[in-house]
Design a protein around this ligand. Structure first.
Ligand SMILES: *Cc1c(COP(=O)(O)O)cnc(C)c1O
Length: 360
């Protein structure tokens, strides 16, 4: 059965992007971040494309268990760790590494009675004020982990950037400094950099790097597209034109009639909408490729449909191929037109969209 809307997932591009990470961080091990269904690209497909990777990171225990059940053997880190003993049990049972970021987790580890030590990454909150121990708490948290018989030694050490996508950020310099000061005398492996760190902050390339968005060929920076950074887009979203019609001056198109036609216009109706994950906030003027050529979106995005101005394409007809992002049209551009970031768009592709693996 063919489905109207499909996303091609280019696994060769994943490998290319991974090679780029190696170029940027030649002396670091790589922990590929594939949380949220591999940023919407398919958890297991992306894991399989990353054969030979040093490690994988996901946000939650259930994501990691899916990987183990699919026979993924490499080191897997659960970035949010555990919040209760049953979850710690699962981490141990499936040989998963846990981030330890809170006093509550230390208490659970110390009370734990099974004698099967767990691998941990102790997380420093170097300024994001989300997960992690503050600099004041960090040394004592480290000592508690070091003394805990349920914890493998040495403990690994990590922190996470809040503002690395801003190349001039003093915050990032400060975060690197605080982390290095606190962990320099510790034996364990260290990790700081996300994609923006890998590309823009060479001082943050420590033992392990944690690329996410760049593996999917997308830039973490507002000012650049992935292609300009030597990356290749992995996902391309496609559908087709389902109707073409002429509309008259004064005709209002779509819900609430937000776009009104000023001259006679060839209007295309395209089978894609927010029910597929196309962002509803995309404004009139957002580029869409029809038969590989740019045309502007007009009117509101609805659940199953968008409308485009086909004035520049007099030969287009129902059934013609439409591309929403990916090959030939940067998702970064769509995100900007929808006042969002590529991450949310990729994660928002819905189950109605068939993911089709390609290798070229
Ligand atoms: C999501 C995440 C990453 C990857 O971030 P990108 O910006 O996608 O490279 C790295 N580290 C942590 C802790 C994360 O949560």
């Amino acid at each position: 059965m063919t489905s109207t809307v499909y996303a091609t997932i280019n696994l060769a591009a994943v490998k290319h992007n991974l090679a780029k990470v190696r170029e940027y961080a030649p002396n670091s091990k790589i922990m590929a971040v594939i949380k949220a269904n591999g940023y919407g690209h398919g958890l297991l497909q992306i894991a399989n494309a990353l054969q030979g990777i040093d490690g994988i990171a996901v946000a939650r225990v259930d994501e990691a268990v899916l990987l183990r059940k699919a026979k993924v053997k490499c080191r897997i880190t659960v970035l949010e760790g555990f919040v209760c003993e049953p979850e710690l049990n699962e981490l141990i049972q499936y040989k998963l590494d846990s981030v330890v970021h809170s006093i509550g987790q230390l208490d659970i580890l110390e009370k734990y009675s099974e004698q099967k030590p767990v691998s941990t990454w102790l997380k420093l909150d170097s300024g994001m004020n989300r997960l992690g121990f503050t600099p004041d708490e960090f040394v004592s948290a480290y000592q508690r982990l070091q003394r805990c018989p349920n914890v493998k030694q040495p403990v690994s050490l990590m922190t996470h950037f809040s503002s690395a996508d801003d190349k001039n950020s003093d915050v990032t310099k400060q975060q690197i400094k605080i982390f290095n000061q606190l962990v320099s005398s510790y034996l364990g492996e260290k990790s700081i950099a996300n994609s923006a760190g890998i590309i823009a902050w060479p001082d943050s390339l420590s033992d392990w790097v944690r690329p996410g968005i760049m593996l999917y060929g997308v830039s973490p920076f507002y000012e650049y597209h992935g292609v300009g950074l030597g990356l290749q887009p992995v996902m391309s979203l496609h559908t087709r034109l389902i109707s073409v019609k002429m509309i008259k001056p004064g005709d209002a198109v779509g819900y609430s009639g937000t776009w009104v036609c000023s001259k006679e216009t060839r209007l295309g109706v395209v089978a894609i909408g927010y029910g597929d994950g196309y962002p509803r906030a995309a404004k009139s003027g957002t580029p869409v490729l029809v038969n590989g050529k740019r045309v502007p979106l007009v009117g509101r995005v609805s659940m199953d449909i968008i409308t485009v101005d086909l004035s520049s394409q007099p030969d287009s007809k129902p059934g013609d191929k439409v591309t929403l992002w990916g090959d030939g049209l940067a998702i970064e551009e769509i995100a900007a037109a929808a006042d969002t970031i590529p991450y949310t768009i990729l994660c928002g592709v819905t189950q109605r969209v068939r993911l089709e693996n390609v290798t070229a």
